[in-house]
Ligand binder design. Structure first.
Ligand code: KG4
Ligand code: ZN
Length: 347
């Protein structure tokens, strides 16, 4: 018998994602993004995102089925992001998933968006090493997690105490006059820049901070330091070297992220690090993580950039794992929980 066919729906932020997998095989990953509608506001507008999900949902499901060459009737289970994320946006995905589950008479799994960012790597690199140290870096989260079994246990070791890594990228991009979302633009600009041009602060790496915040992050001081630096230049009537500032900022973020991820893995005696979330698409982070992990005798896995940013395949991947491990499906009245804790993988 072939492995079960899982359809996953993601609507936690501004991407309407519908993924279809069979076991660990990715068959379709259809995405409709409302990012262009938010760009002029410099951030995601929740109401605009919800409406866009509503309009995109059915066409995106149809596109995913077409790409995968399957009919909805063939699907064995539905998985959906139940949280965390924007409440209204999540509700659209959860309502669509419930409608499919009822209409098709198939089980539904309401899963955690953060755990899905971890599980997606199975589609590319096979079964997850157990345990592994996951670093999740996105627009809303920056966490270090010990993952024993992604379907049941995700233990937080540390997280950001202020801005998320992606948020810092987006805010600094804005300071530099780059479009939203800023991460990919900083990544691109930094390639032409000098990463030691400005020595920006590395948050929570001083000895006194490490006592209380060894595995936590802070990016708000870094963002302020970039703002002050840019302002001083402008006040002096000098041009801002965008590429150099972007490269120096990016270097500071990647330096802290990789250092802390390696420290966390070592402290737990874990040899495998997995990086996920939108910021894991960053080319410098990927290169630095690979280099430093190898030097430390550790292995690092990062999904390809398209699977790092929000998508439906990641939700389908986690759903497939739930089915494979025989987890009980969610009740049909499962909630959309905008502040679902990372420890709650399945609702
Ligand atoms: O995981 P994601 O798609 O959505 C959330 O769950 O937040 O992450 C989006 C974040 C944005 O802040 C975006 O600027 C950042 O990921 N991002 C990047 C890159 N691509 C996306 N940050 C740095 N470098 C990139 N190449
Ligand atoms: Zn995400």
């Amino acid at each position: 018998m072939s492995e079960p066919l899982i359809l996953g729906i993601e609507t936690s932020c501004d991407e309407t994602g519908v993924g279809i997998v069979r076991g660990h095989t990715l068959l379709a990953d259809a995405i409709a993004s409302s990012v262009d509608e938010h760009a002029r506001f410099g951030g995601v507008v929740p109401e605009v995102a919800s409406r866009a999900h509503l309009e995109a949902m059915v066409p995106t499901i149809e596109r995913a089925c077409e790409t995968a060459g399957v009919r909805l009737d063939d699907v064995d289970a539905i998985a959906v992001t139940s949280g965390p994320g924007l409440a209204g946006a999540l509700m659209v995905g959860v309502a669509a998933a419930k409608a499919l589950a009822v209409g098709l008479g198939k089980p539904i799994y309401g899963v955690n968006h953060l755990a899905a960012h971890v599980a997606v790597d199975q589609l590319e690199h096979g079964p997850l090493p157990e345990p592994c140290l996951a670093m999740l870096v996105s627009g809303g989260h920056s966490s270090l997690l010990r993952v024993e079994d992604v379907t049941t246990g995700v233990d937080p070791m540390g997280a950001t105490i202020d801005d998320a890594a992606g948020e810092a990228f987006d805010k600094v991009a804005r300071l530099l006059g780059l479009p939203f979302p800023g991460g990919p633009h900083i990544d691109r600009a930094a390639r032409e820049g000098d990463s030691v041009y400005v020595d920006f602060p590395r948050g929570l790496t001083a000895r006194k901070d490490l006592e209380r915040h060894r595995f936590d992050f802070s990016f708000s001081g870094l963002k302020t330091a970039v703002a002050r630096w840019v302002e001083a230049r402008e006040r002096a009537g000098e041009p801002v070297p965008v590429a150099d500032v972007a490269a120096s900022f990016q270097e500071a973020v990647c330096d802290v992220l990789t250092r802390k991820a390696i420290d966390a893995a070592r402290s737990e005696g874990i040899e495998d690090i997995l990086i996920g979330g939108g910021v894991a698409a960053n080319s410098r982070l990927r290169a630095m993580a690979e280099e430093r992990a190898t030097a430390a005798g550790l292995r690092v896995r990062v999904p390809r950039p398209g699977l790092c940013t929000d998508n439906g395949a990641m939700v389908a991947a986690l759903g497939a794992e739930m089915v494979a491990r025989g987890r009980t499906s969610s009740a049909l009245d499962l909630p959309a929980d905008s502040s679902q804790p990372v420890t709650s993988v399945l609702v």
